[in-house]
Design a protein around this ligand. Structure first.
Ligand SMILES: CC(C)(COP(=O)(O)OP(=O)(O)OC[C@H]1O[C@@H](n2cnc3c(N)ncnc32)[C@H](O)[C@@H]1OP(=O)(O)O)[C@@H](O)C(=O)NCCC(=O)NCCS
Length: 209
């Protein structure tokens, strides 16, 4: 399976994998609870995405020499380590799954396919100021969407609205970083720097709290 693993620093790493047909024997590292969760996914494509994202976490952990602890979802849907150590985030999109791990600080990752139709739903997730600086360009909109997804996953709490609570500073579609903040919630005034990559027709973003 093709994988890109990146050690960000001594405390964090990310891995991106191309989703391929699953060899189930390659999933022995999963915890008992995760094996049950996997068995309960009925849709074959969702099953592959789910499993590949867990393999990506394992690869990111391997590069930091951290044993795979197993993960469970908290009440907000965010994955937490079963041994209480470290932070992860994961994402899957058509063809790719990815994960990021940090030993000490919350993280968020997102991957999205660049699609024309995102231009039609901008009003749902963008503030007026963001609609003002974004070009009518699917790449620019997808970068904004994905940056908000990464920030959302990093903060982890349900009920945070992309349009009302996550505000991005103006950015250029060629940029490698997007700055944003969460406002109007318990996390008001927390500022994030989101890293951005474009891999063929997919936007990858990640942020470290
Ligand atoms: C939950 C949400 C973050 C999932 O994102 P997505 O783009 O649909 O899917 P991705 O593949 O990128 O990410 C899925 C992963 O997000 C993670 N996730 C789910 N809820 C999460 C949360 N509250 N915090 C952090 N991570 C979360 C899970 O690990 C999930 O993967 P898994 O099911 O394999 O465990 C997304 O549904 C969302 O953004 N909800 C917020 C609601 C919102 O405001 N939407 C936009 C309004 S226009």
């Amino acid at each position: 399976m093709q994988t890109k693993i990146e050690k960000i620093d001594t405390s964090s790493a990310l891995a991106i994998k191309i989703i391929e047909t699953q060899d189930e024997s390659g999933l022995d590292f999963l915890s008992f609870r995760e094996k049950l969760a996997y068995a309960n996914i009925s849709h074959p494509e969702k099953k592959r995405e789910w499993a590949t994202a867990r393999m990506a976490i394992r690869d990111a952990l391997d590069v930091l020499h951290v044993p795979y602890p197993g993960f469970f979802k908290d009440e907000h849907g965010k994955s937490q380590a079963m041994n209480g150590h470290g932070y992860i985030s994961l994402s899957h999109t058509v063809g790719f799954a990815g994960a990021i791990y940090h030993r000490d600080i919350p993280v968020g990752i997102d991957m999205d396919l660049i699609r024309e139709k995102i231009l039609k739903i901008g009003f749902r997730f963008l503030d007026k100021s963001e609609l003002g600086f974004l070009e009518t360009d699917p790449l620019h909109y997808t970068m904004a969407w994905s940056a908000k997804e990464s920030i959302f996953k990093c903060q982890g709490k349900r009920g945070v609205s992309f349009r009302e609570n996550i505000l991005l500073e103006p950015f250029d579609p060629k940029t490698g970083t997007i700055k944003g903040r969460v406002r109007g919630t318990d996390y008001t005034d927390h500022h994030y720097t989101v890293q951005v990559r474009v891999i063929s027709d997919v936007v990858l973003t990640y942020t470290i709290w």
